[in-house]
Design a protein around this ligand. Structure first.
Ligand SMILES: *[C@@H]1O[C@H](CO)[C@@H](O)[C@H](O)[C@H]1NC(C)=O
Ligand SMILES: *[C@@H]1O[C@H](CO)[C@@H](O)[C@H](O)[C@H]1NC(C)=O
Ligand SMILES: *[C@@H]1O[C@H](CO)[C@@H](O)[C@H](O)[C@H]1NC(C)=O
Ligand SMILES: *[C@@H]1O[C@H](CO)[C@@H](O)[C@H](O)[C@H]1NC(C)=O
Ligand SMILES: *[C@@H]1O[C@H](CO)[C@@H](O)[C@H](O)[C@H]1NC(C)=O
Ligand SMILES: *[C@@H]1O[C@H](CO)[C@@H](O)[C@H](O)[C@H]1NC(C)=O
Ligand SMILES: *[C@@H]1O[C@H](CO)[C@@H](O)[C@H](O)[C@H]1NC(C)=O
Length: 296
């Protein structure tokens, strides 16, 4: 009895999906599924995953094949043929409402309406997702890239207006398909809640007249004008004895320090988002030339 089981497993494993099948049907477990062959021919023959032997629970009639009581062995690639000519293929899977959410989250580096999302899934599943834009139109399916058990994809809402208040959340709808199962789920979010800026750039530190003059620029990806897209800056500097000091400034891109400083770095945040994850990554530490004389 072991041999047929192993053989079936091997066939399933070599049939690994690498992309969404162009045509698929989602059935409910233990319910009938009707697969139609898209052809004008009156009679066709069927294969399941390349196997010509119809299983007991399959009933064929004309251009249709009925799976009686869908279960996992009955899932897979159904193809209809006329002699040796392939007419049509449909991938049949079981709908799985068990897994939800899958820790999907998204992050944007600014208010341009582009963002990156990632989520968790099984390694034998292929995923795609599409965005319902702020004007209500539905975007194209975007295939997900896989990194181990983590999947990710980038999205853009071309109708997103950075100057308007978001009244409705964006909807992102996910679909996943494996050898046997189909998953779907949606998440809803506002861009303003997922913005995490890139680090500020061009941090400079100059000693002049006994003071340390710091200057920087907003991240290149941050939108203009500055008066509208404000940034809150977090400066962190290290004293010669190793103590770290934190300072927050808003509405400026420079400041002066009286103290002797060994090195300094900077991060930023949209002042209108208050989540802990919305601080940008830190800039690199900028070493201060402590060989030069300080006043006092
Ligand atoms: C299903 O089988 C047909 C015939 O062998 C093949 O052309 C097609 O690529 C298969 N589809 C998938 C999604 O594997
Ligand atoms: C059936 O086949 C025709 C011709 O190839 C195609 O235009 C049509 O979209 C197909 N319909 C389905 C449901 O696959
Ligand atoms: C989802 O996140 C929660 C909390 O961060 C964690 O406990 C859980 O294991 C995660 N689920 C998966 C499938 O990784
Ligand atoms: C998605 O965007 C990130 C940066 O936000 C980039 O590093 C990555 O290459 C992009 N991936 C794709 C598939 O475009
Ligand atoms: C995806 O899920 C929704 C709601 O859970 C359901 O109404 C819809 O039919 C599903 N889509 C497919 C293709 O199964
Ligand atoms: C480090 O130096 C600062 C300023 O000179 C001082 O206020 C602080 O107490 C010192 N910390 C330690 C741990 O020595
Ligand atoms: C958020 O940040 C505050 C202050 O830094 C900290 O006290 C709090 O534990 C953080 N919360 C989470 C969930 O990380």
């Amino acid at each position: 009895m072991m041999v047929p089981v192993l053989l079936a497993l091997c066939i399933a494993l070599t049939d690994a999906l690498t992309a969404f099948p162009p045509k698929f049907l989602v059935g409910n477990r233990d319910q009938d599924v009707v697969v139609k062959c898209n052809t004008s021919r009156q009679e066709v023959t069927w294969t399941q995953n390349g196997e010509p032997e119809p299983m007991a629970e399959l009933v064929t009639e004309g251009q249709t094949l009925t799976i009686r009581g869908l279960d996992q062995p009955a899932t897979g690639n159904y193809s209809c043929w006329a002699g040796g000519v392939l007419l049509d293929s449909t991938y049949v899977v079981v709908g799985d409402s068990g897994e939800k959410g899958r820790n999907a989250s998204c992050q944007a580096d600014s208010y341009r309406g582009s963002f990156r999302c990632s989520w968790i899934g099984s390694h034998s599943t292929v995923f795609r997702a599409r965005l319902t834009h702020s004007d209500g139109s539905v975007g194209d399916w975007v295939p997900a890239a896989r990194h181990g058990r983590r999947f990710s994809a980038n999205f853009t809402d071309p109708s997103f207006c950075p100057f308007a208040e978001e009244l409705r959340p964006l909807q992102l709808h996910f679909e996943g398909i494996s050898y046997t199962s189909f998953y779907n789920f949606s998440i809803y979010f506002f861009v303003r809640d997922i913005v995490r800026p890139d680090p500020p750039q061009e941090l400079t530190a100059h000693l002049r007249e006994g003071q340390l003059h710091l200057a920087w620029a907003p991240p290149a990806s941050w939108p203009l004008p500055k008066s509208y897209f404000a940034l809150l800056y977090w400066l962190q500097y290290e004293l010669p004895n190793g103590t770290q000091v934190d300072t927050f400034v808003e509405g400026t891109e420079k400041m002066s320090l009286q103290e002797r400083v060994r090195r300094v770095r900077i991060s930023c945040q949209d002042p209108y988002t208050y989540t802990n994850t919305s601080w940008s990554p830190w800039s690199r530490w900028r070493e201060v030339d402590t060989a030069r004389p300080w006043r006092g």
